[in-house]
Ligand binder design. Structure first.
Ligand code: ADP
Ligand code: MG
Length: 274
C-alpha cells in the first residue's frame, strides 16, 4: 500500500467506528468488512448544494441533495443532461467542494481532511470510470493498469494482472488499446480504477459510447465488483434501462433528487435491453 500518505478504511483504534485512517490494515478485505460492519453508510450526502459562478450568471448545479448509500450497494443515478450528475460524482470524488452541506465517506466528512489527506483520499479511496476510456495508446493494457498500480505501492505487476483477470481480460493483457474493442478498452479502464481496491467506484456514463452488447458486458463486470462486496458503485447515466439492474435508483432533475427507489429484484446486466 501507499505508506504514510495513504488513508485506509479500517476500524478506528480503540472503538467500533470504521473510518479512513492512516494506519494500514493488515489486509484490505478485513478493512472493507470492518467498514461494512460498522453500520456507517459508505457514503452520505447531507443538504449538498453546488453553485458555479455568482450573481446573475450563477448556475445552481446541485440543490439540497440528501443521499445515503450502504457499503456494497450498486446505485444508479439517473438524470437528463445538465441535471448535475457529473457534479455530484466530482463532489463525492473530492475533486470539487460543495457550496453547502456535507459529503461524508465512511463516517468522515471529507471537508475536514487536510490537503494531504484529501489527495490520499482521491488517490486511494475512489476509482473513477468515465465515458471515454482515456487509456494511454502507447502502453499495453497491462501497462495502462500498472501506471496506476505503481502509485499504490507494492507489487504493481501482480496487482495489475489480478485486476485485468477480474474484468476478464487476462488473455489480452499485452495488447495496445488500438488492438482492443471499445468494450475491452472500457474494461481496462475499470481494471485501472479498481487496482488500488478503492471502496468507492464512481462511474460517469460508462456505457455512453458502447453498443448494447458491449455495454451489457461492462455493466456485468461492474455489478460483479459490487456483489463481491469490496466496492460500492455509484453509476450515473441518462439511460433509464440501466436502472433495472441497480439495487437502488436515484432520480436527479435540475440539480435536485426528485425520487429514490429500492429495486426488489434487480435484473442481470445480460437481460437489459435498450
Ligand atoms: P450532467 O452530468 O447531469 O450532464 P453537470 O453536473 O455536468 O450535469 O452540470 C450541471 C449544471 O452545472 C449544468 O447546467 C452545467 O452547465 C453546470 N456546470 C457544470 N460544471 C460547471 C462549471 N465548471 N462551471 C460552470 N457551470 C458548470
Ligand atoms: Mg455529466
Amino acid at each position: 500500500m501507499s505508506g504514510d500518505l495513504g488513508l485506509y478504511w479500517t476500524a478506528w483504534p480503540g472503538g467500533d467506528r470504521a473510518v479512513m485512517s492512516r494506519h494500514p490494515p493488515s489486509d484490505l478485505e478485513a478493512a472493507a468488512e470492518a467498514a461494512a460492519a460498522s453500520g456507517y453508510p459508505a457514503l452520505q450526502l447531507e443538504g449538498v448544494g453546488r453553485t458555479y459562478g455568482s450573481g446573475p450568471a450563477a448556475v445552481q448545479a446541485l440543490k439540497d441533495v440528501d443521499l445515503v448509500i450502504r457499503p456494497g450497494e450498486f446505485v444508479v443515478l439517473l438524470g437528463p443532461s445538465g441535471s448535475g450528475k457529473t457534479t455530484l460524482l466530482n463532489l463525492v470524488g473530492g475533486i470539487e467542494e460543495p457550496s453547502e452541506g456535507r459529503v461524508v465517506v465512511a463516517g468522515n466528512d471529507i471537508e475536514t481532511l487536510s490537503a494531504k489527506e484529501r489527495t490520499a483520499y482521491r488517490r486511494d479511496s475512489v476509482g473513477f470510470v468515465f465515458q471515454f476510456f482515456n487509456l494511454v495508446p502507447t502502453l499495453t493494457a497491462l501497462e495502462n493498469v500498472e501506471i496506476i498500480a505503481e502509485l499504490a505501492g507494492e507489487d504493481p505487476g501482480q496487482r495489475s494482472r489480478e485486476a485485468l483477470d477480474k474484468v476478464g481480460l487476462s488473455d489480452v493483457a499485452n495488447r495496445f488499446p488500438g488492438q482492443l474493442s471499445g468494450g475491452q478498452q472500457q474494461r481496462v479502464a475499470i481494471a485501472r480504477a479498481i487496482v488500488k481496491e478503492p471502496p468507492l467506484l464512481l462511474c460517469d456514463e460508462p456505457t455512453g459510447s458502447l453498443d448494447l452488447a458491449t455495454g451489457r458486458q461492462v455493466l456485468a463486470v461492474l455489478r460483479a465488483l459490487a456483489r463481491e462486496g469490496h466496492h460500492t458503485v455509484l453509476l450515473v447515466t441518462h439511460n433509464s434501462t440501466i436502472a433495472s439492474m441497480a439495487d437502488r435508483v436515484v432520480w436527479l432533475h435540475s440539480g435536485a433528487v426528485t425520487r429514490q427507489e429500492q429495486v426488489k429484484a434487480p435484473v442481470e446486466a445480460r437481460d437489459l435491453e435498450w
